[in-house]
Write a new protein. Structure first.
Length: 276
């Protein structure tokens, strides 16, 4: 019996040591700083990790097959630089710039695959070389200077919000939903709720009417925060107890979203009737 427990403990620490370390850091900072668990700070942390989490989906598939791609970070860099350069300095349509950036990313990945599969070059060496190629091309394209002042319709992808959730975090959740980590119906409901409520509040604000956030909206926000945390932690430590805390918080947040949306609608129904 003791050997079984010891074996399970070893497997647990081996498989989830990095997540345990993150959870410990989260707990330590929660007690040492009164600002750590503030909504703005938590959303800022999610915003900073969203891009890495999205890239990690592709890297995880490679690791499962026993390979690794050291060039992923700079592939993201070169595709972003090409996208921004073509829009800012060449006047390209956003869709065309996105397609070109994706094509460049596909070519970089195909070259990596060719070097590893057909030239028998170890993935570590091949992808390290492509990393430096992407890094050099990015510096040449941008002249080693940031490209800013992109159209708001595009910058919203990195800086925009839907409700209180940053757009990159929302994209991350949608990708998790595609991977069956998050129910896609719940994501759609919460997106539509936040979009409608934001529109109602903007219309009310234009007419001089301000509606403060009510308790249902605050409960929805708290449930969404915990849902995101448990999704990113893969339900730890409750996964070993068979309790799907991520799903509980996700559907709790969905129900709270619908209810708080109805509350907002009832408060602002006069504004809605005036605009119809």
């Amino acid at each position: 019996m003791n050997e079984k427990v010891s074996g399970r403990l070893k497997n647990f620490t081996r498989d989830y040591m990095s997540l345990i370390a993150v959870l410990l850091i989260f707990v330590i900072f929660s007690f040492t700083s009164p600002y750590f668990l503030k909504l703005n700070n938590v959303m800022n942390i999610f915003l900073q990790t969203a891009t890495v989490a999205i890239v990690a989906i592709g890297q995880g598939m490679l690791i499962i097959t026993g390979q690794v791609d050291l060039s992923l970070g700079y592939q993201v860099c070169i595709t972003g630089c090409i996208f921004a350069y073509m829009m800012k300095f060449q006047g390209w349509n956003p869709i065309a710039a996105i397609l070109l950036a994706l094509l460049v990313g596909c070519v970089a990945g195909a070259v990596n695959g060719f070097l590893v599969a057909y030239c028998n070059i170890p993935a570590f060496i091949a992808t390290l070389g492509i990393q430096y190629v992407c890094r050099g091309l990015a510096k040449i394209i941008t002249n080693a200077t940031p490209i800013g002042n992109l159209p708001k319709s595009i910058s919203v992808l990195g800086n925009g919000y839907v409700g209180f959730i940053p757009v990159p975090v929302l994209i991350m959740l949608i990708l998790f939903a595609v991977g069956n980590r998050v129910p896609i119906i719940a994501v759609i409901i919460m997106i539509w709720r936040d979009t409608i409520v934001d529109g109602l509040r903007m219309s009310a604000s234009a007419k001089g009417k301000v509606v403060a956030a009510g308790m249902p909206g605050k409960i929805k926000t708290v449930l969404q925060m915990f849902a995101i945390i448990f999704v990113m932690l893969y339900d730890l430590p409750f996964a070993y107890l068979g309790i799907p805390m991520d799903q509980i918080f996700i559907w709790g947040a969905t129900i709270a979203s619908v209810y708080s949306g109805i509350v907002y609608f009832m408060k602002l129904k006069d504004v809605v009737m005036e605009t119809m």
